[in-house]
Write a protein that binds this ligand. Sequence first.
Ligand code: ATP
Length: 530
Amino acid sequence: MGMDYGKHLNLHTIIMLRDVIRKWWQVELAFADRHGMVHEWQRGEISPPPNAFCRASLTSKEGLRRCGQSVRVLNEKFKANKKVRRSLIHDCHLNFSIVGAPLYIANEYEGFLFVEGFARQPLDAREADVLKSKVRQFAPQHATLDGRSEQVPVLDGAELSKLSDLLECAANEIANHEAAEASRQEDGAPGSSRELSDRYRFEKIIGRSGPMMEVFRLMEKVANSDSTVLINGESGTGKELVARAIHLSGPRAQQPFVVQNCSAFNDNLLESALFGHTRGAFTGALRDKKGLFEVADSGTFFLDEVGDMSAALQVKLLRVLQEGTFLPVGGTQLKEVNVRVIAATHKDLSELVKRGEFREDLYYRINVIRVQLPPLRERRDDMPVLIDHFLRKHHREGQRARGLDAEALAILGAYAWPGNIRELENEIERLLVLGGDLESIPAELISSRIRDAVLPGGGPFISPRAHGKLHEAVEALEREMIQQGLMRTRYNKSRLARELGISRSNLILKISRYGLDKGLPEDESEMGDA
Ligand SMILES: Nc1ncnc2c1ncn2[C@@H]1O[C@H](COP(=O)(O)OP(=O)(O)OP(=O)(O)O)[C@@H](O)[C@H]1O
């Protein structure tokens, strides 16, 4: 199923981005689909780039064909580089550069956003002449091509990396938007959920944000293998949930899944819990007892907080991992097991290795594949689906509440969630208990701990909409553009407004919003306008 590019071009931030890119670098933003076909060109919307050589090329039949070919080469590069999801640069048939950022939606390559028609260093007159004769070959109607070298936009290293960051940001924004939409449709149309749950194998794990898609991709990869997995993430980010899902979608699904938290016990107790003990091994050991490794035999063992294991137990764990054998406490005979180990920790194990608190050999044995679970504050795009999920999960018969009101949602959306998803789930459960009989749950019911953190001093609540990264990046660029423009035009706002294609009053608004009028004497700021 192809995606509807037109829809994304109308996203507010993408419109802003296109505008800022055009004004700042004199280049055009465009989309190519996964066959490398340019959306705008197919619709005949060729915005003439200021670069006269490109303009001539794009408006002749043969030139357009060659431009298209250059874009398709970049498309092939992306397809050949599916592991590296960063921007790539390619030189076009006229030796100008194209920079593009790949677009992945639900982990599928869907094409790329790009900008073309700029040079990476200024052209000299001779190079411009060579280009002119090149263009004339396929576009004879441009015999009097007025392409001069100064008109070619030049993006050096720093500018180019700024632009490619923006493109990557925009690709992320579109992916997130698409994902949010897909999950809304999934929720709204029960008939379609079958197909979707095939696509998302780990259906109990809610999340469609970029970082979570990366987690799903890794899980998909490790589920069918037997390799050890290390899950890293703050408390409450879903480490156990992920471990269980890996177990359930692999070949050991019918076998036991055993969980042990390694920080909850003292060392002796933990050793006997993990490896069992023989009768009389210590006072109170009245009979032989199986350890959890034996219970987990042929299944999966989830070792939580593995970073808290003592040095002695680390040795024993390493042995199970390497040889599949261990000695029960007080025992003399080695036992053999076949257990897949999934370990988790909220700590930085490599740091523990450096400090000598965690064995390096064990670290390498565990850290074969690492799944990094993002904290909730870094995946705010998942908040609406998570809230919805927990509202359903904890809904009790007879309760009327279908959702939260806008202010309540805004407060939850702005909170930092140090306890991550667990904290969010507890809060929703609590809200349902308190406000389940109301049609929609109001902000007043939210725990004061959360409200106070979001609304310092109980002041009015600003910015109900969490800003996306792209939005910030585009605004930062616009601010810089205006600041430099003010200096260049020596604060001639009418001229700058004309240059930027906005009204003077709009420019003044932006200047004050970006705080660019600070320290500017009132008379001087109007000096050039007379
Ligand atoms: N992506 C998710 N979708 C739905 N529920 C989730 C998700 N992530 C976590 N949860 C829920 O949040 C709670 C905490 O998850 P879990 O126990 O797996 O976290 P954890 O990282 O293992 O925490 P800790 O390190 O404190 O033991 C569980 O109730 C779990 O079901």
